[in-house]
Design a protein around this ligand. Structure first.
Ligand code: PAF
Length: 294
C-alpha cells in the first residue's frame, strides 16, 4: 500500500494509475476505521482496479462546541486495516495541506435545500463543511467511483446532489449500514459510550424498526408516528434531535408520488450523538387495491 500526505504526491500516483488504464475507486473517511468503513473499501475493491482511501478529520464540518479535538485519531491501526483490505493508496493530508491559507477559505460548496433540514438544522454549516471537503477531495483524487455509507443518509443525498448539480463525472455508490449483532449501527462515535449506554444504544435501531413495521402495515399518519417514536426514544433514555419520516430521494415530505420513504433519527445518549435510519419501498397501489410494501 502506498501512502501520500501531499496533493502533489497523490497526483503523481493517480496519474500513473490512469496511464495504466486503471479505474479509481475512492473512499473518503475521517479515520478510526471500523468494519463499516472496511465494507466501503471492499465495495470499492469489487468495482474498481485501484482503491484510494483518504483519512482527514475535517475541521470545517465540526461546529464550535463539537468533538473536533476529541475525535479519535488512530492512524497506525487504520493503516494496518487498509493494508489488510488490499487498499492501493492511503491519502492522509494535514489540515495545512487541505486548507492552505486556513482559516481564510473563501470558496465553499453549499447544497442548501437538503442540507438545512434534520442534522443540518441541528448542526448549522455541517453539510457545507462536508460538501466543501468532499469536492476538494474529488478534485484531488478524480475518482471514477466514490463510496459512502448509508448510515449518513443525508450526507449521501447532499453528495449525490452536489455531483449532479456540478456535473462531476463520478459515480456515487451508497453501501448499506454495517451493524453490530444487536443492531447498533457501527460508528466511530460508539467508542464514546460507557458500558451502560452501550446496552441502551441498540434501542435506536429497534425503535426505527418498530416504526418501519407500523408504516409497512399501512399506518400513514406520519406526524403521529413521529410523535410516538420521539416519546419512545425519551423513555429509552435518549434525548432525540429528531425522528422524521421523509421521501428517501429528496428528504422532502412524503407525497402520493413517493416511491421510498426513509425514517431518520438523531439522538443524544449522554454526550454522544447517534444517528441511524431505515428505508421502506412503497409500491403503487396494486390491482388488488392494497398498498404493497417491499
Ligand atoms: O462521513 C465522513 O466520514 C465524512 O463526513 C467525510 C465524507 C469523510 C467528509 O469529511
Amino acid at each position: 500500500m502506498q501512502t501520500a500526505a501531499t496533493v502533489k504526491a497523490l497526483r503523481s500516483i493517480t496519474a500513473k494509475a490512469r496511464q495504466d488504464g486503471l479505474t479509481i475507486g475512492f473512499v473518503p473517511t475521517m479515520g478510526n476505521l471500523h468494519d463499516g468503513h472496511l465494507k466501503l473499501v471492499r465495495q470499492a475493491r469489487n468495482t474498481c482496479d485501484f482503491v484510494i482511501v483518504s483519512i482527514f478529520v475535517n475541521p470545517l464540518q465540526f461546529g464550535p462546541n463539537e468533538d473536533l479535538a476529541a475525535y479519535p485519531r488512530t492512524l497506525a491501526a487504520d493503516k494496518e486495516k487498509l493494508f489488510a483490505e488490499g487498499t492501493n493508496l492511503l491519502f492522509a493530508p494535514s489540515v495545512d495541506e487541505m486548507y492552505p491559507g486556513n482559516p481564510n477559505l473563501q470558496t465553499q460548496v453549499t447544497v442548501p435545500e437538503i442540507s438545512n433540514t434534520l442534522c443540518g438544522a441541528v448542526r448549522p454549516g455541517h453539510f457545507t463543511g462536508v460538501a466543501t471537503v468532499v469536492s476538494k477531495l474529488f478534485n484531488m483524487v478524480q475518482p471514477d467511483t466514490a463510496i459512502f455509507g448509508k448510515k449518513d443518509f443525508q450526507q449521501l443525498l447532499v453528495i449525490r446532489r452536489m455531483v449532479n448539480d456540478l456535473s462531476m463525472p463520478i459515480e456515487i455508490v451508497g453501501v448499506d449500514t454495517a451493524r453490530s449483532d444487536d443492531g447498533l449501527a457501527l460508528s466511530s462515535r460508539n467508542g464514546y459510550l460507557n458500558s451502560h449506554q452501550r446496552t441502551i444504544a441498540p434501542r435506536l435501531h429497534k425503535i426505527l424498526q418498530d416504526y418501519r413495521g407500523a408504516l409497512a402495515s399501512g399506518f400513514d399518519n406520519y406526524a403521529e408516528l413521529e410523535h410516538l417514536a420521539t416519546a419512545d426514544l425519551y423513555a429509552a433514555g435518549f434525548r432525540p434531535d429528531y425522528f422524521s419520516i421523509k421521501d428517501a430521494s429528496t428528504l422532502a415530505e412524503v407525497t402520493p408520488e413517493t416511491e421510498e420513504v426513509v425514517i431518520l433519527t438523531a439522538a443524544m445518549l449522554g454526550n454522544t450523538r447517534l444517528i441511524d435510519n431505515v428505508t421502506l419501498a412503497l409500491n403503487p397501489v396494486s390491482d388488488w387495491g392494497m398498498l404493497a410494501v417491499n
